[in-house]
Design a protein around this ligand. Structure first.
Ligand SMILES: NC(=O)c1ccc[n+]([C@@H]2O[C@H](COP(=O)([O-])OP(=O)(O)OC[C@H]3O[C@@H](n4cnc5c(N)ncnc54)[C@H](OP(=O)(O)O)[C@@H]3O)[C@@H](O)[C@H]2O)c1
Length: 227
């Protein structure tokens, strides 16, 4: 049985990843507050993965890093602290976790890492300068590590468009805005966290054994087609 570490498995996309990985895998979930999920194959660790001392683990065959930010403001209102905070959570947090478990991943016969970017790294969007810098960093990290760790460990990133989670709740704050967001996408939808989780689980699985160094865009058509 493989062991998958999900950092941020208590809510949003990460929680859906955990639900899909059980019961076939052992799952270790790290988040500041545990979720309501209970299963014999699930271990939940309550801690700040960006700042705290990460626990020793035995086996880690797959790793998903979910913490992220949507700190949208005009450039003139973004402080240096905003940029640093976004960078710390999105990029340095992932770096810390990957450094902590690199040795475990290297011992695995079939290791896979999944990071999260955003469509705003690919397409310029107003008020996204801080998050776009950080997520572009995540994409660079995914590609660099995919090269450095091949052929032992695969590393990929998923770049979703707006997804219905607590992180996006400030944006998706009423029905009118939700409809407007749907209209912006050729597929006329916002993403459900379960469909993003499906892609993450695929990237962790043997089915994606020839995919590494990729940024997979789940964009509901927004970046690639015009209708
Ligand atoms: N939702 C969207 O519209 C959207 C769009 C594009 C990209 N993304 C990216 O997709 C990823 C997942 O997003 P999401 O919407 O599922 O986020 P979410 O709903 O905010 O969930 C984030 C998860 O990470 C945990 N977490 C946050 N900070 C942490 C820390 N310091 N230490 C440990 N755990 C921490 C949270 O639990 P605790 O708070 O209990 O720690 C939670 O389990 C993010 O990287 C995000 O940037 C999301």
């Amino acid at each position: 049985m493989r062991t998958i570490l999900v950092v941020g498995g208590s809510r949003g996309i990460g929680k859906e990843v955990v639900k899909k990985l059980l019961p076939e895998n052992k799952v270790v979930s790290i988040s500041r507050e545990a979720s309501d999920l209970e299963h014999v194959n699930l271990t939940q660790i309550e801690m700040d993965a960006v700042k705290g001392e990460l626990p020793e683990l035995e086996e880690v065959d797959g790793l998903v890093y979910c913490p992220g930010t949507i700190n949208l403001k005009p450039f003139s209102r973004l402080s240096e602290e905003d940029f640093l905070n976004d960078f710390e959570i999105n990029v340095l947090g992932a770096v810390r976790v990957l450094k902590a478990y690199e040795k475990n991943l290297k011992k695995s016969a079939q290791a896979s890492v999944v990071l999260f970017s955003t469509v705003a790294s690919d397409m310029g969007m107003t008020f996204h300068s801080s998050v776009a810098i950080s997520k572009s960093g995540v994409e660079g990290l995914a590609k660099s590590l995919a090269a450095e760790w091949a052929p032992k460990i695969r590393v990929n990133a998923i770049a979703p468009t707006i997804t219905d989670t607590t992180l996006a709740s400030k944006i998706l704050r009423n029905d009118a805005i939700r409809e407007k967001m749907k209209e912006r996408h050729p597929l006329k939808k916002i993403l459900d966290p379960t469909e993003v989780a499906e892609l993450a689980v695929y990237l962790l699985s043997n089915g994606s054994r020839s995919i590494t160094g990729q940024v997979l865009k789940m964009d509901a058509g927004m970046l690639s087609i015009k209708v």
